[in-house]
Design a protein. Structure first.
Lengths: 118, 112
């Protein structure tokens, strides 16, 4: 059973298009994240949701819009795609957010979605 | 700004060689430290973590890491690598109820 699953794994699209990446976790976790891995391999946090509530929104263009219909799902919608959006996008989940709530801090990752914008 | 530096981008070793991957973080307060590993074709998974206590922590598959507070470092070590250790290794830290901050990763290639 895949704990954190993302679809699609590969996405090739033209500039200006709108696309979505979906993420689902079956671990019963409260918190989900989107990370972007750029060409230099840095994993940068984009968004985090805790129980469907947005708690982290880093400096990300507003063309990126996360949506969490329930705490098991966190989707990422990208409008007007640009060349610079090409990257691998990782979804992750954790038991809770932050350590005060007893969270071990461990993130469980999906396999990543490689987006290529032409 | 919070950041993590991994000094080695690509390391090539022969089997049975010893491994040490450097990791330095930039943050003035209390941190929790992690090493994640991504084997070819697989997702990122936790290798080991440090929260408090003994600064030498042991993880899976014979890996260990030492937290040296004065040096802001959390280097990963393994006395004898195997071909199956070929992977990408990411250092990360968590502080101030923020999401994990990751380094750029070190690609380890172990030659049989």
């Amino acid at each position: 059973d895949t704990a954190v699953s993302q679809t699609p794994k590969y996405l090739v699209t033209q500039m200006g298009n709108d696309k979505s990446i979906k993420c689902e976790q079956n671990l019963g976790h409260d918190t989900m994240y989107w990370y972007k891995q750029d060409s230099k391999k840095f994993l940068k946090i984009m968004f985090s949701y805790n129980n469907k509530e947005l708690i982290i929104n880093e400096t990300v263009p507003n063309r990126f819009s996360p949506k969490s219909p329930d705490k098991a799902h966190l989707n990422l919608h990208i409008n007007s795609l640009e060349l610079g959006d090409s990257a691998v996008y990782f979804c992750a989940s954790s038991q809770e957010f932050g350590l005060a709530g007893g969270n071990t801090g461990e993130l469980f990752f999906g396999e990543g979605s490689r987006l290529t914008v032409l | 700004a919070q950041s993590v530096s991994q000094h080695n981008h690509h390391v090539i070793l022969s089997e049975a060689a010893s491994l040490e991957l450097g990791c330095n973080y930039s943050y003035g307060g209390t941190v929790n430290l992690f090493w994640y590993v991504q084997y070819p074709g697989q997702h990122l998974q936790l290798l080991l973590k440090y929260f408090s206590g003994d600064p030498l922590v042991k993880g899976i598959k014979g890996f260990e890491a030492e937290f040296i507070k004065s040096k802001f470092s959390f280097n990963l070590r393994k006395p004898s690598v195997q071909w199956s250790d070929t992977a990408e290794y990411f250092c990360a830290f968590e502080a101030g109820r923020r999401a994990l901050t990751f380094g750029s990763g070190t690609r380890l290639q172990v030659q049989p």
